[in-house]
Design a protein around this ligand. Structure first.
Ligand code: ZN
Length: 146
């Protein structure tokens, strides 16, 4: 129809062509890249990732595309080899490569990672200020002289 509708239709067509990928849309998840060959080999959830690394912490990098997880459950770090280059995917266990760069793997799951905020004192606003002053001296007008 008009220009705006044509643009909108074009944008919708582009969006429909994009392959939806689960994961990095979720801010808690990152792609795991092989440190040697840079292939994307898995997806991991930073909320559960901690040392020692275990296969169960890593899922298929592209779950929607019938791609299998890189390692069978039970596999430990020593045997977590990149499916592409067969090297250990992370040279050091406590550091993995993600799409955002290296991520240092914590030793334990961080507590309080579920969104709880520390108590923040909310101080009373301006309401209380100057209460005393409001009672302005309502001096009885001194009756003048009559
Ligand atoms: Zn590799």
């Amino acid at each position: 129809m008009n220009e705006a509708d044509r643009i909108k239709a074009a944008l919708e067509e582009m969006a429909s062509m994009a392959v939806p990928i689960e994961g990095p849309d979720d801010p808690n998840k990152v792609w795991v890249l092989c440190e040697i060959c840079y292939e994307v080999i898995a997806l991991t959830d930073l909320r559960i990732l901690h040392l020692p690394l275990k296969a169960e912490m890593f899922t298929s990098p592209f779950p929607g595309r019938d791609v299998q997880p890189p390692w069978q459950p039970g596999i430990e770090y020593e045997f977590m080899l990149c499916p592409h280059c067969q090297h250990r995917f992370a040279v050091e266990e406590d550091r993995i490569r993600t799409q955002d760069g290296f991520y240092v793997v914590p030793e334990t799951i961080q507590e309080g990672n579920d969104g709880k905020e520390e108590g923040i004192e909310v101080k009373g606003g301006k309401g209380t200020e100057g209460n005393g002053k409001k009672e302005k001296e309502l001096k009885p007008a001194k009756g003048g002289k009559r």
